[in-house]
Write a protein that binds this ligand. Sequence first.
Ligand code: G3I
Length: 440
Amino acid sequence: MALFVTAPASAGTTLGASAAEKGRYFGTAVAAYKLSENAYTTILNREFNMVTPENEMKIDATEPQQGRFSYASSEQIVNHARSRGMQVRGHTLAWHGQQPGWMQSMEGTALRTAMLNHITQVATHFKGQIYSWDVVNEAFADGNSGGRRDSNLQRTGNDWIEAAFRAARAADPGAKLCYNDYNTDNWTWAKTQGVYNMVRDFKARGVPIDCVGFQSHFNNDSPYASNYRTTLSSFAALGVDVQITELDIQGASADTYRRVVEDCLAVARCNGITVWGIRDSDSWRASQTPLLFNSNGSKKPAYDAVLAALNNGTTPPTTAPPTSVPPTTAPPTTAPPTTPPPGQGGCTATVTVNQWTGGFVANVRVTAGSSALNGWTVTITLPSGATVTNSWSANSSGTTGTTNWTNVSYNGRVGAGQSTEFGFQGTGTVGSPSPTCAAS
Ligand code: G3I
């Protein structure tokens, strides 16, 4: 995505920079209380361009007493991330877990009202600062039923999930809205199929869902399966983005990490990958040593495998540049090889629209043709009555009628065949625009 700024180090040598070159992000879960630890923030700031608060945006943290909202630790993470060009995944607005005591003892209409108020308040508080929200977390049952998990939220009525999504959309129309769950990675599992059927139904009925989060906590009981890519692509084919939201792998097999990255890169709508912690010692399952960094902060073989996979199998050079004086022979006078100039291969643009009564969010994907782009302009004609009110990752010539969208400083360069994204939101009805793309 164009939104994913490259980390300060040069492209191809950090997880975030390499993912950004592929139009994706690489994120981690972050605990606010660790932000004062130098060893922790050094890795965080160097490697990642997406951050998920590990516990600080959960219901018990943000509304510890009913109607009294508390944002100190979540804001600490959001500010740390955004001030360094990282983006934020919000986790989570509605969940049976980590409910504050007052909510745990609630049922029925009172709980439904409290849940919707919580979503409205928290999503409004962080409006414009969240890349995607895990609106609802872990609502499906494990095992073979393929149905919903019993919980006080589920007992308020089966429509609680769609009610949650509608409230979140109304509060922050610019955030992608995700359903997030675990044990939904294996395509053959009943739970995966249960979630798939819900998302298909939501898309058919216009419930505002934009993405599905696959937690991907892989371990001996729930191992990585070779049909993972089928799972990601099957959900994407429903018209939603997919995101790997809490990745960790028991034992941190480098080969399994590589396969997960390759699976995401193979699915155009896989936006990015978040690992659930930085060092093994930061993991909720520390004894399984499932992460990319050792407890002392050194890179594990799994790190190298992930970076190489993000760079399409190319390991960036780790040797220092030569320090000897270069030879002083005259430069060759022959003409340089004739690689095609950037932009000659053209570009294409596609737009994905989420429309609701009175408003819309449009995400536009710009894809380079057979040669790299140095810059691009996408032209989109808006129907009368549609007005752009906000946009990201592109400059616009106007807000109505025929609009020209040009790259910003960090997303003009797009490798041959690679993509970047920008987006805008507005009022009115946008229909199904047919964008055109010009390379520069
Ligand atoms: O902060 C208190 C501390 O004051 C207290 O002394 C200590 C005693 O137990 O508990 C501390 O809180 C713990 C908290 O993590 C912060 O470390 C909680 O007990 C503990 O339950 C909580 O665990 C979190 C878990 O969610 C709870 O559901 C993990 O950190 C967090 O990584 C984990 O994340 C979940 C995702 O949200 C959803 N998917 C699964 C994933 C892994 O379980």
